[in-house]
Design a protein around this ligand. Structure first.
Ligand code: PZK
Length: 301
């Protein structure tokens, strides 16, 4: 978040932490004490591109992503339990916040890839494998993988980049049994996501999920955070999919195209901040988020 943006004052909650696009609050009980086992997860309308926060914000982005994530939790409920308790939240964040169980979060970013691009593509070009999984020859940017591959990373602090973790590092962090379960579930979530999305014109190239466990040690892995949103995943329009080039991004393409066009006047390699987005680009971007929600869920936003 920009240092100029103060956290919201939410009655009955204390601000705990802000990431680039989401904010965490802790509920405060009638006795004035922080409720130890719950958190309020708030999705902002902030958008980042080329590692910069854009201004202005994208209206309704937080609500679209929150509703999409809740819908996916339902679609995945037979695979894994999730952290959601309630959508009864303060009016100031209605529709873009959820009350969740506070978990002990695993210190691994659980990523699975169904299509090859980004860091996975770089590793494949250098070694022929991704995260220990040997892949067929001749794959290109955007190629579909034979099956989803688990490619975990470290959780770096805000502003730093996550680093790939080897299977041995994940086992050292989680133990062999939990590591295997995280891998299996992450791949199953992406496979289920793609089964559903493919019928609706969207490919999900890769996704990052977060798991936690109950602090009392009871029960197994719980799916936390947001799931299968355009912020946690690469969504590609299926109609434009064409291996061998960079695929258009479902949500950020208008922003990226404008920022790199002469009209914006911005040189992203010069180090300075990007200019304000024109209203037209903001509205087109909002419409893409809404379109993804409506296509996937079959419901009007
Ligand atoms: C938790 N994050 C990432 C999210 C941020 C950062 N159920 C949970 N229990 C305990 N911790 C978390 C969760 C969840 N979800 C998630 N960090 C901690 C995150 C939103 C905003 F700034």
């Amino acid at each position: 978040m920009r240092v100029t943006d103060l956290p919201l004052e939410l009655p009955g909650y204390e601000h705990v932490y802000s990431g680039k696009v989401r904010d965490l609050y802790a509920p405060v009980g009638d006795d004035g004490q922080v409720v130890p086992d719950r958190l309020l997860l708030v999705a902002s309308n902030r958008l980042s591109a080329y590692d910069w926060m854009m201004s202005p914000e994208i209206p309704d982005k937080g609500a679209v992503l929150t509703r999409l994530s809740l819908w996916w939790f339902d679609q995945l409920a037979d695979l894994v339990p999730n952290h959601v308790i309630s959508t009864d939240v303060p009016a100031a964040v209605a529709g873009r916040a959820v009350l969740v169980r506070k978990l002990e979060m695993l210190k691994v970013e659980a990523i699975a890839r169904a299509y090859l691009t980004g860091g996975g593509l770089e590793e494949y070009r250098a070694t022929g494998a991704v995260c220990g999984v040997v892949l067929p020859e001749g794959l290109e940017d955007g190629s579909r993988l034979p099956e989803p591959v688990f490619t975990p990373t470290t959780k770096a602090p805000v502003g730093e980049h996550d680093l790939p973790m080897s299977p041995a590092e994940v086992e050292a962090e989680l133990g062999a049994e939990v590591a295997a379960e995280v891998s299996r579930l992450t791949r199953a979530i992406l496979a289920r996501g793609n089964e559903i999305a493919a019928e609706r014109g969207i490919l999900i190239a890769d996704t990052k999920v977060e798991f936690g466990v109950s602090p009392d040690g009871s029960g197994g892995l719980v799916l936390a955070d947001e799931v299968l949103t355009p912020d946690s995943s690469r969504f590609w329009p299926a109609a434009a999919w064409q291996p061998g080039r960079t695929q258009p991004s479902y949500d950020k393409q208008f922003v990226r195209d404008w920022l790199t066009s002469p009209e914006s006047g911005w040189d992203r390699h010069a180090g300075g901040p990007p200019p304000e987005l024109p209203a037209r680009i903001v509205e087109q971007t909002r419409a893409k988020y809404v379109e993804a929600y409506e296509l996937l869920t079959g419901e009007r936003f």
